[in-house]
Design a protein around this ligand. Sequence first.
Ligand code: NAG
Ligand code: NAG
Length: 520
Amino acid sequence: MPRIRLQSTIAFIAVCCAALATSASSREHPVCQAHPSRSGYAAAPNQHPACPKYRANAEPFGDARPLPAERTFVSPAVDNAIQAITAKMKDQSLAAVFANTLPNTLDTTVSLFQQYPTLSSYIITGDINAMWLRDSTYQVLPYLRYMQQDANLRNLIHGAINRQVQYVLSDVYGSSFNRDALSGTGVFDGDSTWRSSFLGTSYNAMLNKIVYERKYSVDSLSAVMKLSYGFYNATRSLDAFDSNWVAAMALIIDTLQIQTQDTAQEDKNGGPQYTFQRLTVEPKDSLIHGRGYPCSYTGMIKGFFRASDDAQIYCFSIPANAMAVVELRHTAEILTALGQSALATQALTLAASVDQAIYAHGVVQHRTAGQIFAYEVDGFGNYIFMDDAPAPSLLSLPYVGYVNASDPLYLRTRAAVLSNANPWYFSGAATDGVGGAHYGTGWIWQLSIAVRAFTSTSDTEILKCLKDLVDSTVGTGFMHEAFYLDDYGYYSRPWVAWGNSFFGDLILYLSDTRPYLIYT
Ligand SMILES: *[C@@H]1O[C@H](CO)[C@@H](O)[C@H](O)[C@H]1NC(C)=O
Ligand SMILES: *[C@@H]1O[C@H](CO)[C@@H](O)[C@H](O)[C@H]1NC(C)=O
């Protein structure tokens, strides 16, 4: 998920000042208050359109949801669940953060919910006005369990699946999308530099104006499969899986298959199907020669961007391929139920060869950590060990559903991720955690802390993660994606719905699996 660029900020200032001018309150919610010593959002977060939406008089660790009339979607089932769960919680700060974060996607990001002629939901990320395939899946994931009690909520999620299908069919390499195809040529919205800087063959994507950004990643396509399976698993109904859905899955499976080709095979077969270059000062936002470093066949699927939307170093991401294995198998289950047995077999065959390749090429002997999963490999025998904060990450492999949390290979990998063997692991006086190239050294992501809790088998560690997550909201009641080591008040984003949903989902997970941790 990219950091907001200056252009967007300028656009936001215009929006916010108009809104603030109409606000009568003299007290602002902490999310809108300045941090004394820093720059960026933390210094001037009230230049952000999220701020006027929040209650001007909310107390720290209080109810900071938008007023009911301003919520973009209301689910009685979710609101009832919040009431029932928080009533049992003893820690009032934890309860407040849960009550604010769980509904944040519904409260603030449902930009469109169309019921006719087809269900279609456009769900923005929060402070970036576009729908990411990846984010939108995680944003609605915690609500799946409430669909059976709330038909409208079920329709909303069905509509999100329909949107994802529409987007995949319009450009399978797109990572985030506009609500409507933009009109005109050469004239784009406030995020023009994201779009107009495509070079080379990807230039053509610029003409497909439904695409907001075209950072192909294996985990984005896996996220589409994940949401569909979550819907199926929760409802055991096939009514969201029409012929468009089957066509989108066929395209995803074909594309992932095509991307198992190595660099030499691509050249022999007429060149790469996907390239990406951008004019930028940041190497993490572009690929050398539009293709990245060469790679040699493994059986895994090539990808070019991580879940943070940063460029990969080597093309075979172990966490992204692990997620693909899990979700291809899930998709095969739905395809089988639909009678699409040939496609189901194709998905299962690909999953099996990727799974085998992960163990053949993605397990390495690390100098200090022993035998562990690598983060990325190139198939020539080179690997990089690190972790990137958002799921899918090495830390998240049990959450992804690929390994058992007590698997010794995973446990060695996990210990290495949470140590100085990982270049993006940071440890300070107040806390420790994993960041990544996206924000650079010293920045810890809340998503990674939540993943750590999701995958932990230790009550003590889970409680430490909950404390870190609540403390790092600095009283705003919301997640902020990343904060600077030991300075929770210096954070990267004021309004990030993925982080909010993920925290809400973590509490729901703990409520099921370790209720004594949150209710006593
Ligand atoms: C499927 O649903 C069951 C029961 O609600 C749940 O325990 C399980 O985690 C779900 N699996 C997936 C992959 O979503
Ligand atoms: C994980 O492994 C443990 C020990 O072998 C086993 O008891 C447990 O059922 C496994 N869990 C899963 C989800 O497979």
